[in-house]
Design a protein around this ligand. Structure first.
Ligand code: GLC
Length: 435
């Protein structure tokens, strides 16, 4: 019988495609931004050259303006919709000439991923040389965000599409769909030929997704135009927490490298402003955690999701606030009948324990939560997050997402979406390496 760790290694090796990894076979056949970073964290434990190559390939697809796309279409296939021909990244004058991609991005994990690779490496000198060879590209990416995605100069960046959030089908977006009335497009979905339709978004939801892209395309993916015209413009606590965590790691890495005072100074300026605004604008006392803000319609979106706790990972809340957040989490997400941590408030009527980001547990969010809880000294709850994550994978396999209700895990059918999913394997390897 193979160990869980060996099985995880097999998943990663199987999804490796010479210079990058796919998230999983069939459903996601290309390279995805935040998947790629999180996958590299797993590879770092047993195959550092692959971890580094994964990041190099990702950064090779960076646009001249610093932007990194959410999907890089390395191959031609009609098994995925919407593909390269729909997105038409070449509309943007600074897009990559080498790779076709989408014109949207994803949570900017690369900064903290570089630090994870360095921390895991047992050859610090070689690892630092690798960091030196790529770090300026990551800095350029952060510069893009602060210069192009912060129209009110608050230190908080916007996302213009739900697919930029990474939490693609969260019920939080329902409020935004209510403000839109997109055309009824004709298209052929591919995701529902690979997984059960009850675990995926509806046709009408897809109309909204496509409509936002059509508006961006009509404006050649120009950031200023998108900020002016996109019906979806949101400050997302997960996305901004990831950026802040990555800022922090870039500062630490530049300090290790030495001689980068200008960049360190700039990163610290972005960071101070970002953390202040984040705390002033995105914390909701009644919810008891951080929430999203709808910048298009200038209103808070007061819903509790696993993204609400991501700021712990970036060291954003004060200890008092962190305490309040942990209480909120344990009260609503942490009962004895539940696995930590559902992706959406289990007490809400919008909660759906089977559907893509509307309730199931995701390994990447649990990994961030684990690290955040440890950094604030909540070691027992962190241990529970780790145990729950391992139990979900042991009982079901390396699925994309899992039912949070314990009673659903009696016969190994509590895992949903894609199977042999790369970041579930990668982050499990990392979690197993921690005490
Ligand atoms: C889904 C997830 C997204 C992920 C992608 C590839 O679309 O919502 O976060 O990056 O799959 O795994």
């Amino acid at each position: 019988m193979k160990t869980l760790q060996q099985r995880a290694i097999d998943v990663l090796n199987k999804n490796w495609k010479d210079t990058f990894s796919i998230p999983c076979a069939n459903l996601y056949p290309f390279q995805w931004f935040w998947d790629s970073g999180l996958i590299a964290i797993g590879f770092a434990h047993f195959d550092m050259p692959k971890a580094e190559k994964e990041i190099e390939t990702l950064l090779d697809a960076q646009w001249d303006n610093g932007f990194i796309p959410h999907i890089i279409f390395h191959t031609e296939t009609d098994t995925y919709f919407p593909g390269a021909d729909f997105h038409k990244s070449s509309l943007h004058p600074q897009s990559s000439k080498k790779y076709k991609s989408t014109g949207m991005t994803q949570p900017p994990v690369t900064g903290f991923v570089l630090k994870e690779l360095y921390d895991t490496s047992n050859n610090k000198k070689a690892s630092l040389a690798f960091v030196q060879s790529v770090i300026d590209k990551v800095y350029h990416n952060h510069k893009y965000f602060y210069n192009k995605r912060d129209p009110q100069d608050e230190g908080l960046v916007y996302i213009y599409h739900n697919w930029e959030s990474g939490t693609d089908n969260s019920p939080i977006w329902d409020d935004i769909w209510k403000t839109m009335n997109p055309p009824d497009y004709t298209f052929e979905r591919r995701d529902t030929t690979h997984v059960d339709a009850s675990e995926r978004p509806s046709k009408r939801e897809y109309d909204h997704y496509l409509h936002i892209i059509e508006i961006a395309k009509a404006n050649n993916y120009d950031d200023a135009k998108i900020a002016e015209l996109s019906p979806f413009l949101v400050q997302d606590p997960l996305f901004n927490a990831v950026l802040i965590k990555s800022n922090k790691c870039l500062i630490e890495l530049y300090e290790l490298l030495g001689g980068n005072d200008d960049k360190i100074g700039q990163l610290k300026k972005w960071q101070d402003k970002a953390v202040k605004s984040f705390n002033n604008k995105l914390f909701d006392k009644e919810v008891g955690a951080y929430i999203h803000y709808d910048l298009r319609n200038e209103k808070p979106l007061p819903y509790l999701s696993s993204s609400s706790f991501a700021p712990l990972f970036a060291g954003i809340p004060s200890p008092e606030r962190a305490e309040k957040m942990v209480q909120t989490m344990m009260k609503k997400f942490g009962g004895d009948h539940q696995y930590l941590c559902a992706s959406f408030d289990p007490t809400s009527e919008r909660f759906n324990p089977k559907k893509y980001w509307r309730g199931p547990v995701w390994v990447n969010l649990n990994w961030m939560l684990y690290k955040g809880l440890i950094s604030y000294g909540y070691n027992d709850i962190a241990a529970r997050v780790k145990e729950d994550t391992i139990a979900l994978i042991e009982k079901n396999g390396f699925y994309e997402y899992f039912d949070s209700r314990k009673e659903m895990h009696t016969d190994g059918s509590g895992g949903y979406g894609g199977n042999d999913f790369s970041w579930s394997a990668a982050l499990l390897i990392d979690l197993l390496s921690k005490d």
